[in-house]
Design a protein around this ligand. Structure first.
Ligand SMILES: [Zn+2]
Ligand SMILES: [Zn+2]
Length: 422
């Protein structure tokens, strides 16, 4: 009787898993129809209105006439994103249908094969998008704007709106974003909220929809805290967030749509799709790098900027084994694993450390954290560790050593001078 109990548990768990998978697939079909209908109809209406000088065309021209150039720029990026996301989804569907046409499978088996392949590309994105659509109060924009008046009461000083303050404001926003994103990778609990975004096994514009809904609470808190602490004028927030969000979506574009994603010389100046592909890759060289969305400044300063290397092909996803079509695991898996680790840890100190230390940390070792993995890799491949930043840092270090060496020379000279005087 005792031996039969685990068997029964396993049968029940398998059954639950199967039913969960069926429910997920039904939600996916609904989400696909709902999101695509929304996208195509909105795109169609805005395109149609463009003929009359409104819609997309109006969104570019009207602000341009009023000298609100950044609004026009944001509109251009938004139109580009909308066009590319539709292009990507339809091109994947057409490619899969063509592939399956030559397959020997027939009837149900054929449709099942196509469904499974579409699920690999888009299941997580569309279900996550549906969740965000159904829970609009929980997404980033609302949290940020809902909390702004409460945070604003505590702002000690506010900078003016001169042109240089805008540069200051943007740099502060980039710093706030870097801090939010970096901590989301380096604190295990925060990683649980951020990991769904990294789980997909490929890059495409819909990957941008895969966010754990509760992540917005943390990102809004960090951004507001840093921006208001540094005195950034809230009148700048709408412009800054629009640019960051619009470009932040675009950098998820797939290799099928935009080749290597470097965008020519632009990759020296701003974050391009190639930078963000590196961020989504789990290769030891790329892991936990490129946290910025638009400007590479803070990544450069903090030493987390990593350009795409032709010799290291990007391997997308998270480090553990994961079936990307298992949405429950993709969305909640890291939280469940953290819960298990905390439950099994000995003592309150270890339990807390599991929550706050980086992913991969255990009470016995830190060797499997992303930082340790990357350091080990770079030690073994020193040529890949050479970056412009490293050259500058080495130069500064050499200079500083030079300055430190000078007093020694002075010390050796001093007695000679004293000797002469004597
Ligand atoms: Zn990330
Ligand atoms: Zn991303």
């Amino acid at each position: 009787m005792k031996a039969a109990l685990p068997d029964l548990q396993m049968i029940l768990a398998k059954k639950l898993n199967r039913n969960l998978r069926i429910a997920e697939n039904v939600i996916f079909i609904g989400a696909f129809a709902f999101v695509m209908y929304n996208l195509v109809s909105t795109y169609g209406v805005w395109m149609y209105q463009s003929i009359k000088g409104k819609g997309y065309l109006g969104a570019i021209i009207d602000p341009f006439v009023k000298h609100q150039y950044f609004v026009s720029l944001v509109s251009i990026i938004v139109i580009l994103n909308s066009t590319l996301v539709l292009w990507e989804v339809f091109s994947v569907l057409i490619r899969l249908l063509r592939q399956e046409k030559n397959d020997t499978k027939q009837g149900y088996a054929k449709y099942k094969a196509i469904f499974n392949k579409v699920a690999v590309h888009y299941k997580a994105s569309f279900i996550a998008m549906l969740a965000l659509e159904l829970l609009p109060k929980l997404i980033l924009f609302h949290m940020f704007w809902n909390w702004l008046p409460h945070f604003q009461k505590f702002q000690l000083f506010t900078v003016n709106l001169k042109w240089y303050s805008w540069i200051y404001g943007y740099l502060c926003y980039e710093l706030a974003s870097w801090l939010f994103h970096f901590s989301s990778h380096r604190v295990r609990f925060l990683w649980c909220l951020h990991s769904p975004h990294h789980a997909p096994s490929e890059m495409n514009l819909a990957v941008n929809w895969v966010h754990f809904f509760a992540e917005s609470y943390y990102s809004a808190f960090v951004r507001l805290f840093v921006l208001l602490l540094l005195g950034v004028n809230p009148a700048m927030f709408a412009a800054v967030i629009s640019i960051d969000s619009a470009w932040g979506i675009f950098i998820h574009v797939s290799e099928r749509t935009i080749g290597d994603g470097r965008l020519g010389v632009l990759h020296h100046l701003i974050i391009t799709p190639s930078h963000h592909r590196v961020h989504h890759a789990k290769n030891p060289l790329y892991i936990d790098t490129n946290f910025a969305n638009v400007l590479p400044i803070w990544d450069w300063v903090m030493g987390t900027l990593q350009p795409l290397r032709k010799e290291v092909h990007t391997d997308y996803g998270i480090s553990r084994e994961l079936d990307v079509t298992n949405f429950s695991d993709l969305y909640f898996g890291e939280l469940i694993l953290l819960y298990r680790d905390v439950k099994n840890a000995a003592g309150i100190k270890n339990k807390l450390l599991y929550v706050f230390m980086p992913p991969g940390w255990t009470p016995n070792s830190s060797a499997e954290t992303a930082g340790a993995i990357r350091r080990r890799f770079l030690k073994m491949h020193p040529a890949l560790a050479v970056t412009n930043r490293k050259k500058v840092v080495d130069l500064i270090k050499a200079r500083l050593n030079g300055y430190q060496a000078k007093p020694k020379e002075a010390e050796t000279l001093a007695p000679q001078v004293v000797d002469v005087v004597d």
